[in-house]
Design a protein around this ligand. Structure first.
Ligand code: GLN
Length: 480
């Protein structure tokens, strides 16, 4: 069994005829099918994946290579792919078949990638453990008693279990970076507006970004170069030209950077001691390597979670109103009246967490409370934005933990939603401000043997800097 973790290696082997795309895809399909007791994949796209791989093999036989030829990719179950089922891990979309393909997925296909299947996630991307899926909780492949993180838990697990070479997820408040941290892989959320959201099932539209899971920085940079860039179907997608990220980050990698960290974050109560030590080590390593790493005052930590959950639930309550049994998916058929049909469809179709958030969001948007919650939270979002933008006037990047701890046990936090919300404390900032952020593997806990990540954030559209600094840190980590 070949298991590739690097596009360059794959391309070398394809060129040397050591492997064909078709044999590779067949092997991955077999391996996915053998995962019987872990619902990482909700569906394998066997037919279309094999059609794609045959086509790519024919091209390669003629010496034609595209940027991602033969790259086997899984996609989160909230990305539309024409003719394929897409459910957002919800009962309400159980039989929904996409009528068009999301821009990011289309660009992957056009670049030669092969879409192997759709991965499990928290329902409508709401969650941090993948336990909110209507189709069963994903287990962390590194230890089956633990969660893989969420909401893109299946995507992260699909890499940790070596069932594909890369995955697309979505990140509204950490859903790519947190599972990447829990599964020991790289997880990137790009700048808001860098990747088109066309065909991504909306959760909180001013926060949502499609994200990328890979085993290394260079693959993330390659994939981003392919899927980023303006799109006529998404007005929030920036017109800013897309560089060749690999060339660009490699060309600046030897520069010395100015990096900030927040003592308030590193000293925060809930942060696991091993993760704290690892951050401190990284700071020391970077300094020893000639970078400037300095503490910066940040007093807004305690507002992050409340503001995030006021704003995202508000947007979700509006976005999810479209699932009413009339237009998409599930409908309660025995209803006597239209109102009963709406009520029953939504009560049966949505899971508990999604309903909780729709209720919360409806509440904060209601006439009597709008100003007290929604308007106030928007004001705090602006203050946060200004604060972070000021920091980037002086610094290239911010260094943070990705998560307060390593993965937790399945079931451990299910009866306390607040505990689960606190998981997102370090990741929501990037979405609130719209800046790019990445989680890279930083170490393994001595306590439970599970991995944890470290997070790097840069100013908007500075993904090359993000990659350069990440690669540097990974390199320093290896030589420790
Ligand atoms: N855990 C966060 C939430 O439940 C993040 C979700 C996400 O990024 N999609 O909202």
């Amino acid at each position: 069994m070949y298991s590739y973790k690097d596009i360059d290696q794959l391309h070398t082997d394809l060129k040397n005829k050591k492997v064909t795309c078709t044999s590779l895809v067949q092997q991955y399909i077999q391996k996915i099918k053998s995962q019987k007791d872990n619902p990482i994949f909700l569906e394998v796209f066997e037919k279309s994946a094999l059609e794609q791989s045959q086509k790519i093999d024919e091209e390669i036989a003629q010496g034609k290579f595209r940027p991602l030829s033969g790259l086997v990719v899984s996609i989160k179950d909230n990305l539309c792919y024409k003719g394929h089922t897409c459910t957002a891990a919800s009962k309400i979309l159980q039989n929904f078949v996409s009528t068009y393909t999301s821009t990011a997925v289309q660009r992957l296909i056009d670049a030669g990638a092969i879409i192997i299947g759709r991965t499990n996630c928290d329902e409508f991307a709401m969650g941090s453990s993948n336990e909110n899926s209507a189709y069963g909780a994903v287990k962390n492949p590194l230890n089956n008693e633990y969660v893989p993180g969420g909401s893109s838990g299946g995507s992260a697990a699909s890499l940790a279990a070596e069932l594909c070479m890369a995955s697309l997820g979505s990140d509204t408040g950490g859903s790519v970076r947190q599972p990447a941290s829990f599964c020991g892989v790289v997880g990137l959320k790009s700048t808001y507006g860098r990747i088109s959201r066309w065909g991504l099932i909306a959760y909180a539209s001013s926060f949502d970004q499609i994200g990328i899971f890979t085993y290394n920085i260079s693959d993330a940079a390659k994939i981003l170069s392919v899927i980023a860039g303006a799109d006529n179907f998404d007005a929030t997608c920036a017109e800013i030209p897309v560089p060749d990220y690999v060339n660009e980050y490699k060309s600046i990698k030897q520069q010395k950077f100015k990096i900030a960290y927040f003592p308030e974050v590193i000293e925060s109560e809930g942060l696991n001691i091993e993760i704290k030590k690892s951050i401190e080590n990284t700071i020391e390593q970077l300094k020893a390597n000639g970078h400037i790493v300095e503490p910066v005052q940040f007093s807004l930590l305690k507002y992050l979670i409340p503001v995030y959950y006021v704003l995202t639930t508000a947007e979700a309550s509006s976005n999810l109103s479209r699932y009413d049994g009339v237009r998409y998916g599930y409908r309660y058929k025995e209803a006597q009246t239209l109102e009963e049909m709406y009520k029953k469809t939504r009560s049966i179709g949505f899971g508990t967490e999604v309903k909780r958030r729709i209720l919360l969001g409806t509440f904060v948007l209601s006439v009597g409370y709008y100003d007290a919650y929604y308007t106030k939270a928007q004001k705090v979002r602006r203050i946060l934005y200004n604060t972070i933008k000021d920091i980037f006037k002086k610094y290239d990047a911010i260094l943070m933990p990705t998560t307060p701890s390593t993965a937790f046990k399945i079931g451990q936090k299910t009866d306390d939603p607040l505990k689960l919300y606190l998981e997102d404390i370090y990741t929501v900032l990037a979405n609130m401000v719209g800046i790019p952020a990445i989680s890279i593997p930083a170490g393994k806990s001595k306590e439970n043997g599970l991995p944890y990540g470290i997070q790097i954030l840069t100013d908007s559209f500075q993904e090359s800097k993000l990659f350069a600094i990440s690669d540097k840190i990974l390199e320093l980590n290896q030589h420790k």
